[in-house]
Design a protein around this ligand. Sequence first.
Ligand code: ADP
Length: 287
Amino acid sequence: MKIEVKDISRTYKSKSGEVQALSPTSFTIEEGEFVCLLGPSGCGKSTLLFILAGLQDASGGEILLDDAPVVGPGRERGLVFQRYTLYPWLTVRENAAFSNHLQANTKGKSVGELFDRISRADYLLNLTGLEQFASSYPAELSGGMQQRVAIVRALVNKPRVLLMDEPFGALDSQTREEMQQMLLLLAKHEKITVVFVTHDVEEAIFLGSRVLVFSRRPGRIIRDEKIPFQNSADLQSKLTPEFYKLKRELLDTLHQASGQEDGESNRIAMLQNLVASSENQGIQDKQ
Ligand code: ADP
């Protein structure tokens, strides 16, 4: 599904005044791309994702999905959040097949349709290694497993776009890598377009076929990077010189964008001097 973001901006009104979260932002995502929105915390990434999901209004601009304007949430867009959002009173299988506004999803559906959902949920639970947990409740699962269920749930409707807001942010690094691999393969298998919010440079390069780097608030795109090596879900790719080089470049872009580079480099230089002089002092004392 092609996504066109045209001059989307967002200003929040709060008691202490107006906060501009997002500068007018435009970009186009082609069908099948895996685009990571990378930027410092608070730069408006989640805001943009929620506007894409139709869960929040923009202050200006419009979004087109295959030429049709976004006016609210829709089945063609699946969502996965950072926080675990499973219903605790439903089993894994029930969460995967029926949750997400349980009533709305099951009301008016034919028995055949409901069976379709169950068999697709079972298929995806198998694919993600969750079949033996199908009758478990969310509280019995680790955070990584819960996020797997959340991904399965988002995919059950056969969305054409998967919108993900730092879904692996709360996971330990080993689980996080496993989830990244699984997601890459699932996205290819399901042939869906993915928009993935993260503040982690390595995650963005590993997952994305393209990375949009945002400045700090009010967010605007400061770099649009097509990832030159194809993400094969091979963890070894993180160890290649090209990967390191791009990681350094994107980190530098983020540092520059934060506008604190000079102050921060001065502070580091001062600390380096302090450490060097105390080491010198130590050598002199020994002599
Ligand atoms: P990110 O996802 O990049 O961390 P967000 O989109 O969550 O950033 O937030 C962008 C900015 O907008 C932040 O400074 C945040 O405090 C502010 N913000 C987000 N939601 C609201 C809200 N409902 N009311 C006021 N300010 C908000």
